[in-house]
Write a new protein. Structure first.
Length: 197
């Protein structure tokens, strides 16, 4: 059994200039692969080997190896799938209506999300979640995510660990966040929204 590193649906250089190819390659083939391998090592030969990733994150929250590496596995899988070289722009349909209902406007949602990503001290993630039928924004430290604590179902997340942006942006996290909006795949986020309702 064990978990497999998901393949990217685009080339490592496909998100340039917003995210550079070397960052993408290291992030996927080293960081994400590392979380996957360590997660598998932590569960191999135990009763956890038969559990799904979401069950592991919730039920084994107190197991640091599973929490950190299981979170790393799940979070990055969402991250890759919600970016695209054809991304950017604005969502429409029912996701757009839910954003307008919860935040007033798309621009207000972007502002609140970017602030959550900027103000996460140190390493972590910012999230857009389905939460009691509406949408909410939060951030979490390290490789934690809102699924672990029942705080919502993430449909979009940004990695604000320095490994996600330092090569191109140095300490300029704000510039990375601003550029990242250009690659958000709103079609996939809309699918995640429908699935999470
Ligand atoms: Mn990362």
């Amino acid at each position: 059994m064990g978990f497999e590193l998901p393949e990217l649906e685009y080339a490592y250089d496909a998100l340039e200039p917003n995210i550079d190819a070397e960052t993408m390659e290291l992030h996927h083939s080293k960081h994400h692969a590392g979380y996957t391998a360590k997660l598998n090592a932590a569960i191999e030969g135990t009763e956890m080997d038969a559990m799904g990733i979401e069950e592991l994150m919730v039920e084994k929250f107190d197991n640091a190896a599973v929490r950190n590496n299981g979170g790393g596995y799940w979070n990055h899988s969402l991250f890759w799938s919600t970016m695209s070289p054809n991304g950017g722009g604005e969502p429409n349909g029912s996701l757009r209506s839910a954003i307008d209902d919860s935040f007033g406007s798309f621009e207000s949602m972007k502002e609140e999300f970017s602030k959550a990503a900027m103000t996460r001290f140190g390493s972590g993630w910012a999230w857009l979640c389905v939460d009691n039928g509406g949408l909410s924004i939060c951030s979490t430290p390290n490789q934690d995510n809102p699924l672990m604590t029942g705080a919502g179902i993430p449909i979009l997340g940004i990695d604000v660990w320095e490994h996600a942006y330092y090569k191109s942006y140095g300490p300029g996290r704000a510039n990375y966040i601003q550029a990242w909006w250009n690659v958000v795949d709103w079609g996939t986020v809309a699918e995640n929204f429908e699935s999470a309702l």
